[in-house]
Design a protein around this ligand. Structure first.
Ligand code: GLP
Length: 250
């Protein structure tokens, strides 16, 4: 199902409610591949389980001839206090799911650093983002409506910053760690202003747990308590969800 929904005349969500995770992943990869037709591309990338299938599709596209040599990547976020080579760092995630499988140039990969001592720590990363606005930003969504790691309460004009993760976010992400105690308490994230700078945004969500957040994204009044509501102010958001995540917006 494909529909367009304009909220309060500010923007037009392009919404796809599809039947399976595979269909969601395929559609999202098509949105990315369309942008890759440009000569030089800055791609904002996301982690989490939602985009894994999309990355598989992009790796398949690489094997069929799609190059990534003209891509500069900027990632949304990273945990604070774990090394890049930690199995659950977003750095490891990106290499495992995409970067090591395609021909993107290592010097064009940018992932914020949660260790505070590198060229990708807060201020440097913000300056880099400002100089390289995303042609497309890929987003997942937290069950509490967070985007990147911009938790409820984050200012809409926020830039790259460190935040304390909410309990529910740590619980949601505990499935990737051996215990809740192992889940980092803080993260570094693009701010909401950095996400909104993207020319186009593609948001992927599947499963019933995301249904309320997806509803809020499209219909809830704008509020810092539900970070994704800011997307109503963006001119071009493509929302790609399965039936479960889309059940409240049908
Ligand atoms: C984390 C990430 C977000 C992601 C969210 C949802 O909190 N920082 O960028 O959107 O998880 O993850 P999942 O797709 O695994 O549900």
């Amino acid at each position: 199902m494909h529909q367009n929904k304009g909220e309060k005349g500010n923007n037009m969500f392009e919404i796809f409610i599809l039947n399976s995770y595979e269909e969601v992943s395929k559609k999202a990869s098509e949105v990315v591949l369309e942008v890759l037709k440009k000569d030089q591309v800055t791609l904002g990338l996301a982690t989490g389980s939602s985009p894994v299938g999309m990355y598989q599709q992009l790796v398949d596209a690489y094997h069929k001839g799609q190059s990534f040599q003209h891509v500069t990547s900027v990632n949304l976020d990273e945990y604070v206090g774990i090394n890049q080579d930690h199995p659950q760092s977003y750095y490891t995630f990106m290499f495992e799911h995409l970067f090591k499988h395609v021909d993107i140039m290592k010097e064009n990969i940018h992932i914020p650093s949660g260790l505070g001592n590198s060229e990708n720590s807060t201020n440097e990363y913000e300056l880099f983002l400002q100089a390289h606005p995303q042609d497309l930003q890929v987003l997942g969504i937290g069950s509490n409506g967070h985007i990147g790691f911009n938790e409820p309460g984050t200012a809409f004009d926020s830039t790259v910053h460190q935040i304390e993760l909410k309990k529910e976010t740590r619980l949601d992400n505990a499935r990737f760690f051996s215990s809740l105690d192992e889940v980092p308490t803080h993260a570094i994230t693009m701010g909401i202003q950095d996400i909104m700078r993207a020319q186009k945004i593609v948001l992927i969500a599947t499963g019933q747990k995301k249904a309320q957040a997806i509803y809020d994204c499209v219909h809830a009044p704008l509020s810092v308590d539900i970070p994704c509501t800011i997307l109503q102010k963006h001119p071009h958001v493509v929302l790609i969800v399965d039936q479960e995540a889309g059940q409240l917006i049908k």
